[in-house]
Ligand binder design. Structure first.
Ligand SMILES: [Mn+2]
Length: 329
C-alpha cells in the first residue's frame, strides 16, 4: 500500500478510536523498544483523551525498557472483559500474542498498526506501512490525527521506539521523515540522551559474559560474507543471562567488515531454535526468512526451526551460500 492509499484507512481508524471507550494495546512477545515505546506513547495519548487504555503484555519487560512502563502495562487478562478495540502494535502476526490471543479476539473491533513488510492482515482495520522506519513513526501520526497534545513522556516513548528500530539512526530505513518526527519530539523537551543511556548503557554483566560465550561459536562462510553464531540453553545457564539479553549479538557480528549476512541461532527452552538474520547491504533476509515460514524486514528478519541447533546451522549456511552463489552468477 502506498502512503496515499493508507490515508483513508487511518481516517476510518481514527473515527473508531474516538468513539471507543476501552482500548487495549498488544505489543508482540519478546518486546523491543519499538513495540513497547509505540504502545506506551499510544496508551498515554489515548488516556489523555479520556479513554480507558492499557498495554497488555504476557512476558517481562526487558530491564532497559522498564522506564517506559509507569503504570501503563498489565499482565491481567481479565482487566477489561469486552474491550471496544484491541489493537496490535508493531505486530502483524497473531502467533506473536500466544496467551493473549483469546483476549485480543474479544475486541469488538480489532486493529493493527505495523511496519513489517511481511505483515499479513488479520484484523478488521490495518494500517501497515513498510516504508516507516519504526511503528513509533506511525503512532506519532495517529496521535496527531487523534488531536492528542503530545507531552514529554509520550515524546520519550516515541524516541525510544524510533532510535531502537533505526539502529540509532544508522539503518537504511531511516528517512528525512524519521528525523523530522524526532525533531518535533525535541520540541516536547525530551531528554534524548537520558533515554539513550537507559536503553543502551544499562546492561548486566551476565549479558556481556553471554556475548563472549556465543562469539566462541562464530563460524564464517563464503569468504567471510556469512557469519553465524549460536546460543545454547547451556550458555545461558552457565553465564546467568536470559535469552532476551541476546539482543545485539547478531548486529555485532554483522559489523565485521567482510560480513554481508549475520545469523544468530538461539536454542529455546522447548528445543525449538529461533533464527535471527541481519543483512548489511543488498541481501533480502525477509524473503529468505519467508521460505522458512518466518518474516520481518528486508535487513532484519527471523524464523523458527524445529531441528537440533547444530543441524540448523548447517542447513542455513548451505541455503545462504546457494543464494549468494546464484546472486553472483
Ligand atoms: Mn518495529
Amino acid at each position: 500500500m502506498t502512503k496515499n492509499e493508507l490515508k483513508p484507512e487511518m481516517e476510518k481508524m481514527v473515527r473508531e478510536i474516538l468513539k471507543a471507550e476501552t482500548i487495549l494495546l498488544f505489543p508482540h512477545i519478546h518486546m523491543d523498544g519499538d513495540c513497547l515505546g509505540s504502545s506506551a506513547a499510544f496508551c498515554r495519548g489515548l488516556r489523555s483523551l479520556g479513554k480507558i487504555c492499557w498495554v497488555v503484555i504476557e512476558d517481562e519487560i526487558p530491564a532497559n525498557l522498564e522506564f517506559l512502563n509507569g503504570d501503563i502495562c498489565t499482565q491481567d487478562l481479565e482487566l477489561i472483559q469486552e474491550p471496544d478495540i484491541c489493537m496490535a502494535v508493531d505486530c502483524a502476526e497473531i502467533q506473536r500474542f500466544i496467551n493473549r490471543k483469546d483476549l485480543f479476539l474479544k475486541g469488538k473491533l480489532t486493529m493493527c498498526i505495523d511496519h513489517h513488510s511481511t505483515a499479513v492482515p488479520f484484523t478488521t482495520y490495518n494500517y501497515i506501512d513498510p516504508t516507516a522506519a519504526a511503528t513509533g513513526e506511525l503512532v506519532y501520526k495517529f496521535l496527531l490525527a487523534l488531536g492528542v497534545t503530545l507531552d514529554k513522556a509520550m515524546g520519550e516513548a516515541l524516541y525510544a521506539a524510533i532510535t531502537t528500530d533505526t539502529g540509532n539512526f544508522q539503518y537504511s530505513n531511516t528517512t528525512r521523515e524519521t528525523h523530522e518526527i524526532v525533531a518535533n519530539l525535541y520540541d516536547l523537551g525530551i531528554e534524548h540522551s537520558k533515554v539513550s543511556v537507559e536503553i543502551y548503557q544499562n546492561i548486566r554483566l551476565e549479558k556481556l559474559l553471554m556475548f563472549n560465550r556465543s562469539l566462541e561459536s562464530l563460524q564464517m562462510y563464503a569468504d567471510g560474507r556469512i557469519a553465524i553464531v549460536s546460543l545454547k540453553q547451556q550458555d545461558l545457564d552457565d553465564t546467568g543471562a536470559t535469552v532476551d539479553e541476546a539482543e545485539g549479538i547478531v548486529e555485532a557480528i554483522r559489523s565485521i567488515g567482510s560480513v554481508e549476512i549475520a545469523v544468530i541461532l538461539k536454542e529455546l527452552k522447548d528445543k525449538k531454535v529461533k533464527v535471527s538474520l541481519r543483512a548489511k547491504n543488498n541481501f533480502n533476509v525477509a524473503k529468505f526468512a519467508a521460505r522458512f515460514g518466518g518474516g520481518g524486514h528486508v535487513k532484519a528478519a527471523g524464523f523458527i526451526m524445529h531441528e537440533p541447533i547444530e543441524h540448523c546451522g548447517e542447513i542455513i549456511s548451505h541455503e545462504l551460500m546457494t543464494e549468494l552463489f546464484q546472486e553472483t552468477l
